[in-house]
Design a protein around this ligand. Sequence first.
Ligand SMILES: [Zn+2]
Length: 350
Amino acid sequence: MTGKRAYRRRHRRLKPWAVGLLVLLVVGLAAGGAFFLKGMSGNKAPEGENTGGQQSGQDQQLDATVPDSGQDGDGESETDSQGESDGQTETGGTPAGYTIQTMTEADIGIGGQILVSNEHKYTFPEGAEDDLVAIIDAKSSSYTVNLYETMALPETVEHLNAMLDDYVAQGGQTDVMVVSGYRTYDFQQGLFDRSAARNGLEHAQRFVAQAGGSEHHTGYAVDLYSTNQGDYLECTGEYAWIGEHCQDYGFILRYTTEKEEFTKIGPESWHFRYIGFPHAQIIVENGFCLEEYIDYLRQFPFDGDHLWYTLNGTEYEIYFVEGLEVPVPESGEYTVSGNNVDGFIVTVTH
Ligand SMILES: [Zn+2]
C-alpha cells in the first residue's frame, strides 16, 4: 500500500511543474532556514557557519523540516529525499488534488469550446464523424429537419430539443426547421465556390466560411429556418424568444453585426453554435463573441485565479492551460476541451 502511494507520488514528481515547485521550495526553505539560523544566533549556528559551513547548515535545516511539512502519515518508510518531495507536493498549493492529463496537438482541435474560423481552421479529427447522429433520429417533435442525412453531435441535438420544446411550450409554433448541420470539407468548398460564382468573391468571403473554417464541420452548429416565413430565422417577432434564450440551452448566436470585426463573417441570425454550460451564459452576459471569450479565458490560467460561475445552483470552475500538460482534478466531474488555438479549457463542476 505504501509502495503504491510512493510510486504514484514519484510519478507525479516527474512533472515539470512539480520540479519547478521543488526548486522554488528548496530555494525558499534554504533562504528561510538560513534566516532562521541567523535569527536564533549563537546556539545552533555560530557566525562562522554562515561563511564556511553554510551549505551543510542549510542541508541540515532542510532535513529537519521534512517531518513537519510531510504530515500525511505515510512518509516513514520512505527515504529522506522522498519525504521532502512529499511534503512539498502536499503543501505546495495548487497541484494538491490535481493530476496531469497529457494531451496531443490534435486534442487542441477537439471539444465543446473550440474556436473554428477562417483563421483557426478545423482539423477533422479521425473518427469524429462516427459520433454524429442523424437529427431526424434524435429530434423532438417541436421542429422539423430538411433532410434525412442532416447530422449533428448528440449533445447538440439534445439541447436543441430542450430549447425548441420550451419555445413551443411558451407559445411558439413547430415551424422551425433545421436546414444545415454537419458539413464535410468538400461540401463547404462547394458552398463557397457557388457563392463566389453567383455573388462575387467579396460577398462569398464575407458570408461563407472557407472550407475548414466553418463551425458546421464540428457538429456543434445548426442553421434554423422558418417554414412559415419561407426564410432563415431572423430571431425577431415570434422567434425573438429563441435568440433571447438560446444561452440557457448552451447555444450562442455566433455571428452578429456588432462582432463582425472579430468573427470576420457577416451577421447570421439563424446560425446557432452549441458551446456548453456555463460558457454560453458567460459569453452572452459579457457581450463577448467566441473570439473574445477564448482570449478572456487566458486571464484564468491554472496557476492563477480561476473563473467561477454559478448556474441553477451548480458551481462551475473554469481555467485555461496553454500547452499539452493539463492539470485536472484527481476526482470529481470535469471536462477538458481544446480551444483550437493553443491550449485547453478545463470546466470543473462542483
Ligand atoms: Zn450556419
